[in-house]
Ligand binder design. Structure first.
Ligand SMILES: [Mn+2]
Length: 439
């Protein structure tokens, strides 16, 4: 019989990261954004104390930058001191954002904190009432990119206690920048009960026994990381049976909404458009309020990106004034919803409408030209070779890695959704130019 243990697995906290709300006017919303990553970590610490856990695992990227800011370091120090008072330990590996070889903690941390070495694999024996209760194995990143296969040296002498392995990885055998490894290789390590992974920002449960998890980022950073973020609360009983719970902790959630005006035939002026947007946002707002009822750690702001699409009579006002109209709609909606609590914050509003085609259904059936264009666009998306040609044609600005962290702010990542959006736009332009003679 082993001692039962309880711990929290988190990663990609990115302390020091300041989220941007895309506006300088609203100070209440600005504050929520600036403090979001710290607030998420505070929530995690509160959860740790409330649940009386034994330790917190941080699987890399605790800090956002190699040069750790004094303020976020002091913040972390205070959280560690508070956890120390509550007899909770913290085990940390460095990731690509806070590699150990570049800079160390600027403050001396209390004794309850252990940073794993970047030079060798370490095994920490966690004791409870003077009895060995768990082994925690890990190694930190030395530099921004890490191609060493440290997991090869992760071993435990037996399975009599719960063995945990910490690893920061993209879990991709071909990715030499973030520890090349795949799931099946992890599974060959028979002694490990729990793989506490970090790096990918989306929560993923990859295996039940052994348990392999990415907790995801503690707070999402932009619209590409949608929904609630949090950490995994794990309980292990004396028979080493395990119970896991994902606990939402992020104060901000991101969401993209598409409003299709295609069937809104009566929508022929801006007031009606505003009313419709209003309705959609009201619905979102109510969903968040319902969501908050079940959350102990509340959502403070929901960040919305609104995509307005479709062929619609209201397009006559969009055509020549797109940017001005986007700005106006954005401003009005922000004033209305950001005063609420939680705030509903419109990050951006994009108008991708087109003018209605009276005989669209007829065209679809009878026009060879329409069918050819439609077929070509479909092929560009589905035919692998054609798709590669298309991306090559779009050029380097569109390229980027699959991994969200590797994406440059100066490039677009042409995922399938974006490709589809662009090609649908292209289709509308071609049809309107060729068949209807322009906007
Ligand atoms: Mn990372």
């Amino acid at each position: 019989m082993s001692k039962s243990i309880k711990f929290i697995h988190t990663a990609d906290v990115h302390l020091g990261k300041k989220l941007s709300c895309n506006s300088s006017k609203n100070s209440k919303v600005k504050d929520i954004f600036i403090n979001a990553t710290e607030q998420a970590f505070k929530n995690l610490v509160e959860l740790a104390v409330a649940e009386e856990i034994d330790f917190i695992l941080i699987a890399g990227d605790l800090y956002d930058r190699e040069a750790r800011s004094i303020k976020s370091s002091r913040f972390f120090l205070k959280q560690c001191q508070y956890l120390n008072e509550n007899e909770i330990k913290i085990y940390i590996i460095s990731g690509n954002h806070d590699p150990a070889g570049i800079e160390n903690e600027v403050f001396e941390l209390p004794e309850n904190v252990h940073y794993f070495s970047s030079e060798k694999v370490e095994t920490i024996k966690y004791k409870k009432d003077n009895k060995l209760a768990a082994r925690i194995i890990g190694q930190s990143y030395r530099q921004k990119f890490e191609n060493r296969t440290m997991y090869n040296y992760y071993t435990a002498p037996d399975k009599s206690v719960f063995n945990i392995a910490l690893l920061h990885t993209a879990l991709n055998k071909d990715n030499n920048r973030y520890v090349p490894v795949n799931k099946s290789e992890l599974l060959t390590k028979n002694e490990i009960h729990y793989w506490a992974l970090g790096h990918l920002h989306q929560y993923q449960k990859l295996s039940q026994d052994p348990s392999i998890n990415f907790p995801g980022a503690l707070q999402s950073h932009n619209i590409s990381e949608q929904g609630s973020k949090g950490a995994i609360l794990v309980e292990v009983d004396s028979n080493l049976k395990i119970k896991e719970n994902f606990v939402p902790l992020s104060p901000i959630i991101f969401k993209e909404i598409v409003v299709d005006l295609e069937r809104e035939n009566e929508l022929d002026n801006i007031t009606k458009l505003q009313q419709l947007i209003n309705e959609k946002l009201e619905k979102q707002f109510n969903n968040i309020k319902i969501n908050n009822k079940s959350r102990k750690y509340k959502i403070k702001a929901a960040v919305i990106r609104l995509n307005i699409v479709g062929r619609t009579p209201v397009h006559q006002y969009v055509a020549d004034n797109r940017e001005e109209l986007e700005e106006t709609l954005l401003e009005d909606m922000r004033i209305k919803f950001s005063r609420e609590s939680p705030s509903l914050w419109l990050h951006s509003l994009i108008l991708r409408t087109a003018k209605p085609l009276k005989n669209l259904e007829e065209l679809k059936k009878s026009s060879q030209l329409y069918q050819n264009i439609n077929q070509l666009i479909n092929d560009l998306l589905t035919d692998n070779e054609l798709n590669q040609e298309l991306l090559a044609e779009w050029g380097q600005i569109w390229q980027g890695d699959e991994n969200a962290e590797d994406r440059s702010n100066y490039r677009f990542y042409a995922d399938s959704k974006l490709q589809k959006n662009i090609l649908e736009e292209v289709e509308k332009i071609i049809i309107s130019e060729l068949i209807e003679g322009g906007d």
